[in-house]
Design a protein around this ligand. Structure first.
Ligand code: PDD
Length: 284
C-alpha cells in the first residue's frame, strides 16, 4: 500500500512522523475522507471546499493549490489497487517545540494521505438495518471543522460498540439531534425526510448533501430543520449516511424498534436512488 507523506510516495511501513508533530501532541490538525469510485475521487471540489473551511477554522494555511491536490490524489489512487477506494487526507500544523500557541514563524505542515479499499455495505446490513444508541453530544461548538482531535467521537462510538450497536446518535442540550459519532442522521416522519441544519454543531457531510439533492430531484418531501429528541424516538424511519457507509437504515434505537423495526419505504427509495447515482454519476 503506497501512502503520501510530505511530498513523497512510499510504502506505509516506511512513513515516519516526529513525536513533536502537533498532530501527535495536540491533535492540532484537520482531515478529509474522500470516496473514490472507478478510480474517480467523488465530489473532489466539495471535499476541497470543506477542507478549506476546516483549515480556515484552525487558522492553518492550505499547503497546496486545488491543482496540486488533484495531482497528489490522482497519483495516490493510481498507485493503489482497487477500482473503489477511500482516501484519508490529514494535515497538521507541523513539527515544533511543545507550546500550545502556534509556532512562530510557522513551520511546514505535515501532509499525509493514504488509500483503503471501499467495499459497499453488505446486503445483510441493508436487510436488517443497524442498531444505534443515543448519548449526550458532549463535543465542542465547532463540529463543522473536520478536526483530527476525535477523542469525544471515539468515546461516543465506543459506547455504541460496548452496547453491541453500530453508532451513537448525539443529542445536544437534552433537546435536539445533531448527528452520529462519525455519520449524519436523517429522520423520516409521515413520508417526509427530515435533516438537521448544517450549522456549527455538525459536520456538513458530503453524503448528506447527495441524499438531500436526490430527495429534491425526485420529488421526495424534505425539510432541513432542528429535530427534537421526541421526534427521533417517534420516527417512522431513521437513516445514517457517510462516505464509507453510504445510506443505511437504523432499525433499533436504545433497544427499541424504530417504526416497524424493519428498513422502510424511504430507505428503499433513497438506497436505490443512491445506487443509481453511484453507477451513473459517481463512476463517470
Ligand atoms: N466521517 N459526521 C461526522 C462526525 C463524521 O465523522 C462523518 C464522516 C460524517 C459524514 O460525512 P461524509 O458524508 O462527508 O462522509 C458526519 C468519516 C467517514 C470518518 O471520519 O471516517
Amino acid at each position: 500500500m503506497a501512502i503520501y507523506l510530505n511530498g513523497q510516495f512510499m510504502p506505509i511501513e516506511e512513513a515516519k512522523v516526529s513525536v513533536l508533530d502537533r498532530g501527535f501532541i495536540f491533535g492540532d490538525g484537520v482531515y478529509e475522507v474522500i470516496p473514490v469510485y472507478s478510480r474517480n475521487a467523488f465530489r473532489l471540489e466539495e471535499h476541497m471546499r470543506r477542507l478549506q473551511h476546516s483549515l480556515d477554522g484552525i487558522k492553518l494555511a492550505n499547503p497546496h493549490s486545488r491543482a496540486e491536490w488533484a495531482a497528489i490524489i490522482n497519483q495516490l489512487i493510481a498507485r493503489n489497487a482497487g477500482e473503489d477506494q477511500y482516501l484519508y487526507l490529514h494535515i497538521t500544523r507541523g513539527v515544533a517545540k511543545r507550546d500550545h500557541a502556534f509556532p512562530k514563524p510557522p513551520v511546514a505542515p505535515t501532509v499525509f494521505m493514504m488509500s483503503s479499499p471501499l467495499p459497499s455495505p453488505p446486503d445483510s446490513l441493508l436487510h436488517s438495518g443497524i442498531a444505534c444508541i443515543t448519548a449526550p453530544d458532549n463535543r465542542w461548538l465547532r463540529c463543522d471543522i473536520k478536526s483530527i482531535a476525535l477523542l469525544p467521537n471515539v468515546l461516543l462510538r465506543q459506547m455504541a460498540v460496548d452496547a453491541g450497536c453500530a453508532e451513537t446518535i448525539l443529542i445536544r442540550n437534552n433537546e435536539f439531534m445533531t448527528e452520529g459519532a462519525a455519520s449524519n442522521i436523517f429522520v423520516v416522519k409521515n413520508g417526509t425526510l427530515l435533516a438537521p441544519p448544517k450549522d456549527n454543531l455538525m459536520l456538513p457531510g458530503i453524503t448528506y448533501d447527495v441524499v438531500i439533492e436526490l430527495a429534491a430531484a425526485n420529488g421526495i418531501p424534505h425539510e432541513v430543520r432542528r429535530i427534537s429528541v421526541a421526534e427521533i424516538f417517534d420516527a417512522d424511519e431513521l437513516l445514517l449516511t457517510s462516505s464509507t457507509k453510504e445510506v443505511l437504515p437504523i432499525t433499533q434505537l436504545d433497544g427499541k424498534p424504530v417504526g416497524t423495526g424493519k428498513p422502510g419505504a424511504m430507505f428503499a427509495k433513497l438506497h436505490k436512488l443512491y445506487q443509481d447515482f453511484k453507477r451513473d454519476v459517481m463512476r463517470k
